[in-house]
Design a protein around this ligand. Structure first.
Ligand SMILES: C[S@@+](CC[C@H](N)C(=O)[O-])C[C@H]1O[C@@H](n2cnc3c(N)ncnc32)[C@H](O)[C@@H]1O
Length: 211
């Protein structure tokens, strides 16, 4: 089995999302209606306050759900995804600072944000521990980290199906279905304020506080 090196996985990921950008919203709509549940974006975004960074913002599907008074910055690896996000922000009349950047090396100073949020993308970054470390670095003390993602199921047969399903994409594109970012958030010293496992444990959403 071909196991790609990290730089080549990152490039494959960027190319794959570049190809997917125009139909991403349609595909995601299917998964959210059929499997994940459409309500989690609102759950996550409604907890954002103040200076807010969305990591791996994609096409900006969360933009309609933020409170009007949060000041938004969004980063993503894939310019084609950001183009769609920019169009969406304009059509919503939403002011946002959008930048092409890597979640493993965020281009912001320590303690720049009150909230960091990431939805359906911790399954996609190459090194989730490093990314959580970066989120921690750019958050102000007392700031909130909001994560919504699909994770390993609590139902064993479903978990094994996820393992089989992720076998090739995890090695060629760095896409995972059986991660648990919450464990790394706790290990990084955050305090979990709210958390849920839903849909056979496949969806995990949490609000964690930086001490
Ligand atoms: C499944 S999409 C999720 C998009 C969006 N967060 C959402 O909720 O619809 C994953 C996104 O993560 C981005 N991504 C993957 N690795 C990244 C990285 N290291 N840094 C920044 N963005 C990354 C991809 O470009 C893609 O837009």
């Amino acid at each position: 089995m071909l196991r790609r090196s990290r730089p080549s996985i990152a490039e494959a990921k960027r190319r794959s999302y570049a190809r997917e950008a125009r139909k991403y919203d349609q595909d995601m709509d299917f998964w959210e209606r059929k499997l994940f549940g459409p309500e989690h974006r609102r759950w996550g975004c409604s907890r954002a306050v103040g200076d807010t960074l969305e990591v791996a913002i994609g096409t900006g599907l969360n933009l309609p759900h933020y409170p009007i008074d949060v000041r938004l910055t969004g980063i993503d690896l894939t310019p084609e995804m950001l183009d769609v996000a920019e169009t969406r922000a304009r059509s919503l009349g939403r002011d946002i600072d959008l930048r092409e950047a890597d979640a493993h090396d965020l281009p912001f100073a320590r303690a720049s944000f009150d909230t960091v949020i990431c939805t359906y993308a911790m399954c996609s970054v190459l090194d989730e521990v490093k990314v959580i470390g970066e989120m921690d670095r750019v958050l102000r003390p007392g700031g909130g980290l909001i994560l919504v993602d699909h994770v390993r199921s609590t139902v064993k047969p479903l978990f094994w199906l996820q393992r089989i399903y992720e076998f090739i994409p995890s090695r060629t594109k760095g896409e995972y279905m059986t991660r648990r970012p919450a464990l790394h958030v706790v290990a990084a010293g955050f305090e979990i304020e709210e958390s849920d496992r839903l849909g056979a444990g496949v969806i995990e959403r949490l609000l964690a506080r930086k001490p």
